[in-house]
Design a protein around this ligand. Structure first.
Ligand code: ATP
Length: 299
């Protein structure tokens, strides 16, 4: 469990994180979502004890990072493509990390296997693709078999295969009961990866909820309807307090759920060929809720 309470960080005139409170529970992937400059990395650094909060607290399993007896056994992190000596092999790099942190050497083979790098473990890490480097970073984060894992923008720059691998891997870690916090500004990817969301904008909490609730709350619920008697249906709907707009040979109705539209059509003996509730996208929800907090909107 990760908990932020009134977490605040000021760099000179910049209030990077402002009175942020949220909880990240175990057994699920939580997406940490926000536009560029929203304060995600700063928050993660404070959770990991790499930056000191100006005010408030960030704890892991109820403790500040520096109070943890065995930090690497409690928290693992992938902050950015890590520096690895280019001439060092993946195995040598991990062995060095394990040694430096009092972790038994046999764990190195375990983590190489977990991230699927065993077959290239003796190759120079300098020749690794970005996807392989990310896996090596994750292997390092897993060395201490930590309960809590933080990933800062882990899919940035990855190809579709790498993205898919990362998504499945996050789910696997959560299924093992770990607490997984993943930051990203890639909204569509987060909608596939995260079950829970902590959304921030300009350092402040915008929402904390399940991904499904976040999208449902922030976007308009509409129903797409197709009918061979469309004009009759539109006439009937015009007597109701709903919005109707024509689209692709059908209509999109807002302000009435699919059950009510179906019943209304049945009452007037109108044949329907389609009656499908439309889910808003995470992009729409995000823009709606953070519209005035996007610092670097596209020009
Ligand atoms: N060491 C620092 N000194 C001064 N300002 C900083 C420092 N680190 C971050 N900031 C500022 O704090 C704000 C939040 O930055 P942060 O990197 O945490 O955001 P982010 O959400 O991770 O964004 P991105 O996705 O672009 O990495 C930004 O305005 C940034 O310029």
């Amino acid at each position: 469990m990760i908990e932020a309470k009134g977490l605040t960080k000021r760099y000179g005139d910049t209030l990077a994180v402002n009175d942020l409170s949220f909880q990240v529970r175990p057994g699920t992937v939580t997406g940490f979502l926000g536009p560029n400059g929203a304060g995600k990395s700063t928050t993660m650094r404070m959770i990991l004890g790499l930056d000191r909060p100006t005010k408030g607290t960030a704890t892991v399993n109820g403790k500040h990072y520096h109070e943890l007896k065995h930090p690497l056994r409690t928290v693992g992190a992938l902050l950015e493509a890590r520096w690895v000596h280019p001439n060092r092999s993946a195995r040598a790099h991990l062995t060095w990390l394990a040694k430096a942190n009092g972790i038994p050497k046999r764990r190195v083979e375990d983590v190489l296997d977990i991230v699927g790098l065993t077959s290239v473990a003796s190759k120079r890490a300098g020749g690794f693709s970005l996807g392989m480097s990310q896996r090596l970073g994750i292997a390092g984060a897993l060395l201490g078999d930590p309960e809590v894992l933080l990933f800062d923008e882990p899919v940035n720059g990855l190809d579709p295969e790498g993205i898919l691998w990362m998504r499945k891997f996050m789910h696997r870690l959560a299924d093992e009961g770990r607490t997984v916090l993943v930051s990203s500004h890639l909204l569509s990817e987060m909608s596939l990866t995260a079950n829970e969301l902590v959304v921030i904008g300009k350092g402040e909490l915008v929402a904390q909820s399940s991904t499904a609730d976040f999208v449902a709350r922030a976007t308009e619920q509409t129903v797409r309807v197709r009918s061979p008697q469309l004009s009759v249906l539109v006439d009937v709907l015009s007597g109701e307090d709903v919005g109707v707009r024509e689209e692709d040979g059908g209509v999109v109705v807002s302000g009435m759920d699919s059950e009510s539209i179906g019943e209304l059509a049945a009452k007037h003996s109108i044949v329907l060929h389609e009656l499908s509730p439309q889910q808003g996208s995470l992009e729409q929800a995000f823009m709606h809720l953070t519209g005035d907090t996007v610092e670097y909107a596209t020009q």
